[in-house]
Design a binder for this molecule. Structure first.
Ligand code: PCA
Length: 223
């Protein structure tokens, strides 16, 4: 009997976590170290898949698209490093702007360019960030809701993720968003121990699987 290919749009029981490679002259990126250590963990009946994205405009989103196609995750949390922040930052909004303060890992430095031409100005996160905030703080971790993911590759990936989730029928059951993490102690101050970052991300995933949406805003375009 021929085997039927599974083209169903139902999400798998996969949680996709992405981190970035080091950039700007650094040799480590805590986002990748943290998500890597969660790879293969089972949380509320879901399995975590961790993958690395390049800190490169364009290529990062091509990689993310391939991962979304391959895994059809129920939940996607992209994670990046935010030097200068001392808390796990739950990003509220992705904006349709690439405005790079430094060159990316391929030497590109787009200025005032859209992530996606003729697309909405912004998308709100699809994650229950207030519920996540409460859980992280209750666990004794420094956490905050952030109103900007910047205009470098992290915001680029966050916007591309939210645009893709909003426009691809096959991903309509998937939810996603972005979390920034502080430097590791060896990178400077402010910082957070890797164990705490890992604990925070595990709790963030757990909360996002449990709580669908926490505000009236929800995920969606803002014009
Ligand atoms: N942080 C950068 C890009 C990659 C990363 O980990 C940012 O905040 O845009």
């Amino acid at each position: 009997m021929p085997t039927r290919s599974t083209t169903s749009s139902a999400p798998s029981k996969t949680v996709l976590l992405t981190g970035f490679d080091p950039f700007g002259g650094a040799t480590v990126n805590p986002s990748w170290q943290a998500v890597q250590s969660l790879h293969g963990e089972r949380l509320l009946d879901h399995t975590v898949v961790a993958a690395q994205l390049p800190t490169v405009f364009g290529e990062s989103l091509r990689c993310l698209s391939a991962l979304l196609d391959a895994h059809r995750p129920a939940l996607v949390i992209c994670v990046g490093q935010a030097g200068g922040r001392g808390a796990i930052s739950l990003e509220r909004v992705a904006i349709n702007v690439d405005d790079a303060p430094i060159a990316d890992n391929a030497g590109a430095r787009p200025i005032d360019a859209p992530v996606r031409p003729r697309a909405p100005a912004a998308y709100f996160t699809g994650l229950p960030i207030k519920a996540m905030l409460a859980e992280l703080q209750a666990a004794g971790l420094a956490a905050e809701v952030s109103q900007t993911a910047g205009t470098f590759v992290c915001n680029h990936v966050f916007y591309g993720l939210m645009r893709t989730l909003a426009t691809h029928r096959s991903l309509r059951h998937a939810r996603g968003g972005f979390v920034h993490v502080p430097w590791l102690p060896e990178q400077g101050a402010p910082n957070m121990a890797l164990d705490d970052i890992v604990r925070g991300l595990r709790l963030a995933v757990h909360t996002a699987l449990r709580v669908r949406q926490d505000g009236a805003l929800g995920a969606g375009a803002t014009h």
